[in-house]
Design a protein around this ligand. Structure first.
Ligand SMILES: N[C@@H](CCC(=O)N[C@@H](CS)C(=O)NCC(=O)O)C(=O)O
Length: 364
């Protein structure tokens, strides 16, 4: 019978380094799994008796310990892998404490809700778009990219796209500072239609996003998201006017939209150039692929917040556009946009050519 026992939730997290250390030392152990729902519902006696009311708990025979780093130090000295003098011990503690600091920052970023869920939170996103990119009432720039994959066995042409390779489509809503606010993934569709299948679109259509009411917005205009030609125009989705219908006023609108919308191109481009796996044909089972893609997005947000300009090009109108290396979506089939959507876009045209005008570059 193994003498060690780990009691923890069915996750890796704080128990994983303990498991790794034991495995590395060839030791065996048993696990007691505590279900999170039971824990939070107060159905676990252990919650009351645990020294700091938290897990993991570690048992070495009758000896019971809490605090994952303490457990690691205990096992380190028990297995003779701790430092051999005070100074070595201090170095080990220093690294351990450094990892702990990073973990605190990292888990805050992992567990925070990036997705705005109240009108006030949407207004915060919008104020950044207004400040950085001069586009008012904007909740995000939306786009989708093909992520190249090695198709799973027996999937036939399911993942085959119009560009002639196998891919899944990653859809994202991106903030003014190139953070991913929302990501969704879809297997097969090539164009903006993929967006209609996302939870985000469903909530947009059914009013479930809790967007600010028009009356609270700049010029009383509807709150909008910015898209390109792959998407359909709607009351809350603003896309550019087609070239053939351009007037000088509409040209101004297209310029303002393109200028604000490029954050989504930049976010994809920066992420792909950092996590270069995204530029290869990813060969993973689909459930792992989902985790890997989501992880890249979360790490992107983490690095953006933690390393700022080291990770990201300086943002603002002067920043160079970082070209995306991922393939974009196909253009949507032309269709007549609702009259209300065309009116919303026309209101923005008037605003950008009136009170909201800014100097245009000579080449626009
Ligand atoms: N410093 C503690 C932190 C333990 C901790 O945060 N445990 C979390 C799970 S990772 C927990 O028990 N959460 C439930 C609760 O706080 O009631 C350690 O390293 O063991």
């Amino acid at each position: 019978m193994p003498e060690y026992r780990i009691t923890y939730f069915p996750i890796r997290a704080r128990a994983e380094p303990i498991r790794l250390l034991l495995a590395d030392q060839g030791a065996s152990w048993t696990e007691d799994e505590v279900q999170l729902n039971d824990w939070w519902a107060g159905k676990c006696e252990l919650k009351k008796t645990a020294v700091f009311g938290q897990l993991p708990q570690f048992q070495d025979g009758d000896f019971v310990l809490y605090q994952s780093n303490t457990i690691l130090r205990y096992l380190g000295s028990k297995f003779g892998i701790a430092g051999s003098n005070n100074q070595e011990n201090a170095f080990i503690d220093m690294v351990n404490d450094g990892v702990e600091d990073l973990r605190q920052k990292y888990s805050r970023l992992i567990f925070i809700e990036y997705f705005p869920s109240t009108p006030q939170e949407w207004q915060t996103v919008a104020s950044q778009f207004a400040a950085h990119w001069d586009f008012p009432n904007c909740g995000g720039a939306i786009d989708g990219k093909h992520v190249r994959i090695v198709p799973p066995p027996h999937s036939g042409s399911y993942y085959w796209n119009y560009k002639g390779f196998h891919s899944v489509v990653l859809m994202a809503v991106v903030s003014a500072q190139c953070d991913f606010l929302y990501v969704g993934k879809n297997g097969r569709m090539s164009d903006g239609g993929v967006f209609r299948q996302t939870e985000f679109c469903h909530r947009l259509i059914t009013g479930g996003l809790d967007l600010p009411p028009d009356a609270e917005n700049v010029e009383g205009l509807p709150f909008v998201f910015l898209v390109d030609e792959a998407f359909g125009l709607s009351d809350h989705l603003m896309k550019p006017f087609p070239q053939r219908t351009l007037t000088p006023e509409r040209r101004v609108f297209n310029y303002r939209l393109a200028r604000a919308r490029r954050v989504v191109e930049s976010a994809f481009g920066i992420m792909a150039s950092r996590f270069r796996l995204l530029l290869t044909a990813i060969n993973l089972a689909e459930y792992k692929l989902n985790y890997v893609i989501l992880c890249c997005c979360i790490l992107h947000n983490f690095l953006r917040k933690l390393s700022g300009n080291q990770y990201l090009q300086p943002i603002g109108p002067e920043a160079g556009l970082i070209l995306p290396e991922l393939t974009g979506l196909d253009h949507a089939l032309p269709g007549l946009a609702p009259q209300t959507a065309r009116e919303v876009r026309d209101h923005y045209v008037s605003y950008f050519n009136g009170r909201g005008a800014i100097p245009m570059p000579a080449d626009q």
